[in-house]
Design a binder for this molecule. Structure first.
Ligand code: PGA
Length: 250
């Protein structure tokens, strides 16, 4: 069933102590009686302590990345099994910063998705067009290709473990947000693209999150759109009161 989700991507912020402080603040400030799933994604070194810390709360923990390989001589990499062994069962794959700065191609991302699913993990699959794509009116094509090349090799039943996160690159960390109508237009297109290949049940059940400069001031209007099922929050997820306000807007 389609679920409301608000996830915070902490990126490369917060050391061990700062992570604990933010988690404590979140436990204090986040609403407890909310239907939406709440997720935070601290950096690798703080995942285990976050899992411990959040054990008896309604806040889940996700990793920001993982290797496409199961194990072996891959210095510096983190495997699905390693994440699962510390209680992390959800992973972001395909964030635009991974694509842009770490050369993660659709081909690599498709492998990461396969490995995550094989290990029974939930994937928050991120994608979105760059500014030049929108200016050239190529945004629908770009998004469709990212979905087809990175994700659509999966089977119907795998969709239970997939969450989509549309994040236009031009709106990430820039303070510029897609208008609620732009978000709805693209989310509708994404759902129709999924429907076309995997059918109506899959399309209606998949949660599609919006990401890109979501703040307490704009969250409610964006979340009110029919095909927007929540958000992936960067900057505003680092401030407990802002993240709590965004979660309360769902
Ligand atoms: P932002 O980041 O909210 O700071 O724009 C969103 C993201 O990168 O997931």
């Amino acid at each position: 069933m389609r679920q409301k989700i608000v996830a915070g991507n902490w990126k490369m912020h917060k050391n061990a102590e700062e992570t604990e402080d933010l988690l404590n603040e979140l436990i204090d400030k986040l609403p407890h009686d909310i239907e939406a799933q709440i997720i935070v994604a601290p950096t690798f070194t703080n995942l285990a302590s976050a899992v411990d810390h959040l054990e008896f709360t309604n806040i889940g923990v996700a990793a920001q990345n993982m290797s496409q390989f199961e194990s072996g001589a891959y210095t510096g990499e983190i495997s699905a099994d390693m994440l699962k062994s510390i209680g992390v069962n959800t992973v972001l794959i395909g964030h635009s910063e991974r694509r842009a700065y770490f050369n993660e191609t659709d081909f690599i991302l498709a492998d990461k998705v396969t490995t995550a699913l094989k290990n029974n993990m939930t994937v928050i699959f991120c994608f979105g067009e760059e500014l030049k794509d929108r200016q050239n009116k190529q945004h629908f094509n770009v998004v469709e290709n990212q979905l087809r090349d990175g994700l659509f090799h999966i089977k119907d039943k795998d969709w239970e473990q997939i969450v989509l996160a549309y994040e236009p690159v031009w709106a990430i960390g820039t303070g510029e947000t897609a208008t609620p109508d732009q978000a709805q237009e693209m989310h509708r297109f994404i759902r129709e693209t999924v429907r076309h290949t995997f059918g109506s049940n899959v399309a209606e059940d998949v949660s599609i999150l919006y990401g890109g400069s979501v703040k307490p001031e704009n969250a409610k209007e964006i979340f009110s759109k029919t095909d927007v099922d929540g958000g992936l929050i960067g900057g505003a997820a680092l401030k407990a009161s802002d993240f709590a306000a965004i979660v309360s807007s769902i």
